[in-house]
Design a protein around this ligand. Structure first.
Ligand code: ACO
Length: 357
């Protein structure tokens, strides 16, 4: 795959941001590979060797994406030393919204008790959090918002055919959140690369449930409301798109791979990350991997991994970090930024220029 046909690189400069707080919510119910052995014709050995996944979390009826997202958001707020009233905008990345409308972001706004700030969802499948992160970074940099809550929340267990061993072993539920504020140094060379190639839409999609093919008993009988995937094709597209997106991101920032302390990739399949590591000659230790515990939680993968990397001290103040993902669409995205641990409570409000205030 060649990304060059899709963009003339108009978008590449990432404004400096501070991640003032992160949080996650993972349902307590664990579904192991051994549990799956009892459900479909599979084995722990096959799943472990072909994907790197050992177990995943499954949400209960009450654990909707907005519930999980709100819990993750409250933890992120607490870690930031902020209250919901401090937020100026909520962006939620999800492929499995609570309802087609209103947005999951609106439910989260109400659940956490935020003000009547703008709230909306982004749909870029597994790349959703990176799309939202890029958007939020630009908005805070203009001064139009001081603190933006970015959430990735998914309940993929509801769109999986639990009799299809090709897909049901891969996915899990959960949510992650980050609160983003503007950085002070306007001259830092940081970058992003996001893109999409809609010609591959059929490799990963849900045929029914939208306005093109509304839900009917017949469509449900034909299992058209479940995720359909051409696994091998997605596998190849994932490696190609993440490799090229990551390289562009580095080039745009004028950085080399040696400058990067940690890469947080989409957690779809360990073999995808290993292929990326081999192609780019990146030591595997540079990748933060937690898919063995949660599987692929789509847009929640990156914020969950980011939070875990932060609380485990895998990433430290001043480290250059890259987030990189791909997803249905197909979409891809990467961001390169300097991680700042500075808590907002220690940042004087006047340090941030707010336009219009
Ligand atoms: N247990 C045992 N056997 C299995 C299982 C399973 N769970 N699943 C498939 N198999 C079988 C297949 O039926 C096939 O058998 P056959 O040769 O008799 O037909 C054999 O294993 C090999 O199947 P492949 O599809 O060739 O296996 P592959 O090595 O490609 O791995 C996988 C399949 C894991 C799905 C891989 O292709 C993959 O990870 N693809 C990317 C998926 C992905 O990342 N999706 C998410 C995208 S992000 C988003 O937006 C949601």
């Amino acid at each position: 795959m060649n990304l060059s046909k899709s963009t003339k690189e108009p978008l590449c400069q990432l404004p400096e941001v501070v991640i003032v707080g992160t949080g996650t919510y993972l349902p307590s119910k664990i579904l192991t590979n051994y549990d799956l052995e009892k459900m479909v014709d599979t084995t722990d050995q096959w799943i472990t060797e072909r994907t790197g996944i050992k177990e995943r979390r499954i949400a209960n009826e009450k654990e909707t994406p907005s519930e999980m997202g709100a819990e993750a958001a409250l933890i992120a707020l607490q870690n930031a030393g902020l209250t919901p009233e401090d937020l100026d905008l909520i962006i939620v990345a999800t492929t499995t919204p609570d309802t087609i409308f209103p947005s999951t972001a609106c439910y989260i706004q109400q659940k956490i008790g935020a003000r009547t700030i703008p709230a909306f969802d982004i749909q870029a499948a597994c790349s959703g959090f990176i799309y939202a992160f890029v958007l939020a970074s630009h908005i805070v940099s203009t001064g139009s918002a001081r603190y933006i809550l970015v959430v990735g929340a998914e309940k993929l267990s509801t769109i999986i055919d639990w009799t299809d061993r090709n897909t049901c072993v891969l996915f899990g539920d959960g949510a992650g959140a980050a609160i983003i504020a503007a950085g002070k140094d306007k001259n830092k060379r940081l970058s992003f690369n996001i893109g999409a190639d809609g010609s591959h839409w059929q490799t990963l999609y849900i045929p029914a449930g939208g306005s093109k093919l509304p839900l009917t008993p017949q469509n449900i009988n034909h299992k058209l409301h479940y995720l359909h995937m051409v696994g091998k094709k997605v596998f190849k597209l994932a490696i190609d798109s993440m490799e090229q997106s990551l390289l562009r991101c580095l080039k745009n920032a004028g950085r080399s791979l040696e400058d990067i302390a940690c890469i947080i990739p989409h957690q779809a399949n360990l073999r995808i990350i290993e292929a990326l590591s081999q192609r780019l000659h990146i030591p595997s230790e540079k990748f933060f991997v937690n898919m063995e515990k949660y599987g692929n939680t789509s847009s929640a993968c990156i914020p969950i991994a980011l939070h875990e990397a932060i609380i485990s001290n895998r990433i430290k103040d001043g480290d250059i970090i890259v987030l990189v993902s791909f997803g249905a669409g197909i979409t891809w995205g990467s961001v390169l930024f300097e991680y700042k641990t500075k808590k907002m409570e220690s940042l004087k409000k006047e340090e941030i220029a707010l336009i219009g205030q």
